[in-house]
Design a protein around this ligand. Structure first.
Ligand SMILES: *Cc1c(COP(=O)(O)O)cnc(C)c1O
Length: 467
C-alpha cells in the first residue's frame, strides 16, 4: 500500500516513510492510494481474535511494508500495558453501549493509537538508522499519551510544551511524574496557543528542524489514524455477537476529526456501520459543517474553554482527509477549497451537503455544559455508570440519533477520574483514585519552566536533543 497526498503533490510513500514524514511535502496529508477492503467472510473470520491479533490483521492492510510477524509483535507490546480486555463494551440502557477506549496508562482514548505509534515509530527509525526529537504542545491529554508511549525509547526523545499553571493537577502529574531521560517537560509562561506558536516557529525553521531531526506525533499522524481503525472493527465484532444485529451506528465525541475519520475509513473498508454520529461541545464548527456544508473554522480567541476541554478545537486538522473523499479524490478541489477558506474565512460545500448523510452516513449534534451535567446524572441514575464529560457529549448527541432496531455505540474517550471536578459538579461525589493513581499524584515532578521565548527553547533543544 502506498500513500499519496491530499493535495496531489510529491512521490507516493510507504507506510513507514509516511509515518516519519508527518505532513506530506506539499502541505497535504498522507492517505492510502486505495482504501483496503474487507469482505464479509474475512470479517467473520476475525471474530475469535484477541485485540492485538485483530490489530495486526487490520494494520497489516495499511502497513504492507512491515512483515506480519513484526506487526504482531508490535501490537502485542503496544497493548500489553492494557487490561486483558483491551476494549470492553458496556451497555448503559436505551440501546446504547459504551466502547471502553480509555483503559490505557493515561485514562483516555489517545493511548489506543499512541501506544502503537511508539512501537512502530521506533521500528521505522531502526530500519533507517535515524533518530527523532518529537516537539509538541499540549493542553493535557495528547502530551501525556505521547510521553507514556515514547518513554524509554532509544531513538526518540520528547520535548513537550505545556502552558505553565494551566493544566489540571491530574494532567500535570501524568506528565511531570515521568523521570525517563528521553522525556523533557517544558512549562511555558503563557497559554496553550503560545506553546503551539513556539512549536510552529521552530518546526517552520527548516534548517533548525533538519539539524535537530524534529518531528511530531500529532493527530494527523498516519499511525494514529490507522491504529484507531482497529477498534471500530473490534466493537462491531463484539456488539454484533451480543445483539445479533448486523448493522449498528457509532457516536464519536470529536475535536480534531481524527477518531471519527478512522471510523469513516472502517466504513469505507466495508464494515457495516449505518451512521457515524459526530458529537461536538460548544465549539461546534464540525456540527455546523455536517449540517450546512459550510466549513468556517474559528480563531483561537473564539474558542471557548469548556468542561470537555479535549474537544475545544475550532479547526479540525484531519478534516482534509475527509474532504478529499467528499471531492472524489480530486486534489485540485481540496486545494481550491483551502484557497477559498484563506480568502474569505470559510469554504462552501453546500451542493455536496446531502451526500454527507446519504452517501457517507454522517449525522451530527452539539452538547453544552448543562447537557454534560444532565447526561452524567441520567446515565448514573439509570445504570450506575460514571462517564466523563467528553463521553457525556457523545451520549447526549447519540440519544438524538437513536433508530429502532439499530444498536448505538458511543466511544468512551476518557475516564471520569481525569475530570473529577465536573463529576463533583454533576453528582456531588468525590471520586476515589486507585493506589497507582495516588502514587502518581504524589510522585516528584520533573519540569523545566521557560519564558515564551523561541531562542530559549532553541538553546534547550540544542543542548538535549538526540543526534
Ligand atoms: C482528543 C480527544 C477527543 C477528540 O478526538 P479527535 O480525534 O481530536 O476528534 C475527545 N475526547 C477526548 C477525551 C480526547 O482526549
Amino acid at each position: 500500500m502506498q500513500y499519496i497526498s491530499t493535495r496531489g503533490g510529491g512521490e507516493p510513500l510507504s507506510y513507514c516513510e509516511a509515518l516519519i514524514e508527518g505532513l506530506a511535502r506539499d502541505g497535504g496529508l498522507a492517505v492510502p492510494r486505495t482504501m483496503p477492503e474487507v469482505d464479509a467472510a474475512t470479517l467473520e473470520g476475525w471474530r475469535d481474535l484477541t485485540y492485538p491479533e485483530l490489530a495486526a490483521e487490520v494494520l497489516g492492510l495499511f502497513a504492507t511494508d512491515i512483515p506480519r510477524d513484526d506487526l504482531a509483535r508490535m501490537t502485542a507490546d503496544a497493548y500489553a500495558a492494557f487490561p486483558a480486555d483491551v476494549v470492553p463494551l458496556r451497555p448503559i440502557g436505551d440501546g446504547i453501549t459504551l466502547v471502553g477506549l480509555s483503559e490505557g496508562p493515561t485514562l483516555a482514548f489517545k493511548d489506543m493509537a499512541m501506544q502503537f505509534l511508539g512501537q512502530v515509530l521506533e521500528y521505522a527509525l531502526e530500519r533507517t538508522g535515524d533518530v527523532l526529537n518529537v516537539l509538541g504542545a499540549t493542553s493535557g491529554d495528547t502530551g501525556s499519551a505521547a510521553e507514556h508511549a515514547l518513554r524509554g525509547k532509544d531513538r526518540i526523545s520528547v520535548f513537550m510544551l505545556s502552558p505553565l499553571g494551566r493544566m489540571s493537577a491530574f494532567q500535570r502529574a501524568q506528565m511531570f511524574s515521568l523521570d525517563d531521560e528521553n522525556i523533557h517537560n517544558i512549562a511555558i509562561d503563557g497559554v496553550f496557543d503560545d506553546c503551539q506558536n513556539l512549536v510552529k516557529r521552530l518546526a517552520g525553521d527548516l534548517e533548525f528542524k533538519h539539524a535537530h531531526r524534529l518531528g511530531a506525533v500529532n493527530s494527523i499522524n498516519l499511525a494514529r489514524i490507522t491504529a484507531q481503525v482497529v477498534y471500530y472493527f473490534w466493537a462491531w465484532l463484539r456488539a454484533t455477537d451480543e445483539t445479533g444485529s448486523a448493522e449498528l451506528s457509532v457516536t464519536v465525541p470529536s475535536g480534531n476529526f481524527g477518531n471519527i475519520l478512522s471510523g469513516f475509513y472502517a466504513k469505507q473498508m466495508g464494515l457495516p456501520i449505518r451512521r457515524l454520529v459526530l458529537a461536538t461541545n460548544e465549539n461546534n464548527v464540525l456540527d455546523e459543517f455536517f449540517r450546512t456544508g459550510v466549513y468556517r473554522p474559528r480563531v483561537a480567541a473564539e474558542t471557548l474553554a469548556t468542561s470537555s476541554p479535549s474537544m475545544d478545537i475550532s479547526k479540525a486538522s484531519n478534516l482534509e482527509r475527509f474532504i478529499f473523499e467528499l471531492f472524489e479524490r480530486d486534489a485540485s478541489r481540496v486545494v481550491s477549497a483551502w484557497a477559498e477558506l484563506d480568502a474569505q474565512g470559510f469554504f462552501d460545500a453546500v451542493p455536496d451537503q446531502p451526500r454527507l448523510s446519504e452517501e457517507f452516513g454522517f449525522a451530527s449534534g452539539t452538547s453544552t455544559h448543562a447537557d454534560r451535567l444532565e447526561t452524567i446524572r441520567s446515565v448514573h441514575a439509570a445504570s450506575g455508570d460514571l462517564i466523563d464529560p467528553h463521553t457525556a457529549d457523545g451520549v447526549k448527541v447519540a440519544r438524538e440519533h437513536l433508530e429502532a432496531g439499530v444498536p448505538m455505540l458511543v466511544l468512551e474517550t476518557a475516564k471520569p477520574e481525569k475530570f473529577a471536578e465536573t463529576i463533583r459538579e454533576a453528582l456531588g461525589i468525590e471520586l476515589q483514585y486507585p493506589p497507582e493513581v495516588r502514587d502518581m499524584l504524589d510522585a516528584p515532578q520533573h519540569v523545566t519552566e521557560m519564558p515564551d521565548d523561541a531562542d530559549a527553547l532553541r538553546a534547550f533543544i540544542t543542548a538535549s536533543a538526540l543526534s
